[in-house]
Design a protein around this ligand. Structure first.
Ligand code: PEP
Length: 270
């Protein structure tokens, strides 16, 4: 039985004061929930603030990104060791807002300017291996662009991303990972993927993991859906057999709406 997961990706939101208020609110609502694994991923500047808020709860802390080197001349970057020292157990890797789809910012059209941070399948794989080597558990993201879906290429694109993220990762390390299926067109748009279709793609991801490793490993892996998950659509998603939880942006920024998502995840386990 896979434990349901609700992970909040706060993105570039919340200064330290706001982060404390939000983390305190989530902790008050859901700090002792046992039926679901709850992970908060605040911006790096708020990690230690949030860690203090959740210290006496079951809630876990995650980073939003990391670099694969341990230390050195990499201005602006954070290593796995640094995230661990702030209390992180998890780290989001390969979020679509960090995967580069373009050579330069000039090649991106106005709607795609968020996709300029340059992660590729290869760098995502490298970050995953570095996180695992240091003892952090990656929440590894994959998902197709709208144009790829419209061209009927969803499965091909997602399967290739999944195979690339696990390249060279041992089975004992893969067991520590969470995979998040996040169709890029559904992130932050209010346009949630149909629950049956999200479940189908999550099932395809699980089948790919079974092919790379084993059915046992795939059966134990938590596969999340992300993309406009809200209190009014979460139950339908959580009811699906291959969706083990959510990676949530917008709805994780309000303690009461995130608490409703946690509650739904915890209920789905019963
Ligand atoms: C995300 O940040 O991964 C995400 C899915 O955002 P939202 O829930 O706002 O669509």
């Amino acid at each position: 039985m896979r434990k349901p997961v609700m992970a909040g990706n706060w993105k570039m939101n919340c200064d330290n004061e706001e982060a404390k208020e939000l983390a305190d609110g989530v902790t008050a609502h859901a700090g002792q929930v046992e039926g679901a694994l709850v992970i908060l991923c605040p911006p790096a500047t708020a990690l230690t603030t949030v860690q203090s808020s959740i210290a006496n709860s079951a809630i876990k802390l995650g980073g939003q990104n990391m670099f694969w080197e341990e230390d050195g001349a990499f201005t602006g970057e954070l290593s796995a060791k640094m995230l661990l020292s702030c209390g992180c157990e998890y780290v989001i890797i390969g979020h679509s807002e960090r995967r580069g789809r373009f050579g330069t910012m000039d090649e991106a059209d106005a709607d795609d300017l968020a996709a300029v941070f340059g992660d590729t399948d290869a760098t995502v794989n490298r970050k995953i291996k570095s996180a695992l080597a240091a003892g952090l558990k990656p929440i590894a993201c994959c998902g197709e662009l709208l144009a790829e879906r419209q061209a009927g290429r969803t499965d091909e694109v997602v399967e290739a991303q999944v195979r690339a993220m696990f390249d060279g990762v041992s089975a004992s390390d893969a067991e520590k990972m969470i995979v998040a299926y996040e169709p890029v067109w559904a992130i932050g748009t209010g346009e949630v993927c149909d629950a049956d279709e999200a479940d189908r793609v999550c099932g395809m991801i699980r089948a790919t993991v079974a092919d790379v490793y084993s059915q046992d490993l795939a059966d134990g892996m938590q596969v999340l859906y992300g993309g406009s998950v809200k209190p009014d659509n979460v139950d339908g998603l959580m009811a699906k057999p291959d969706i083990d939880g959510g990676l949530v942006g917008g709805a994780s920024l309000k303690a009461d709406s995130f608490a409703a998502l946690i509650e739904s995840a915890a209920q789905s386990a019963q």
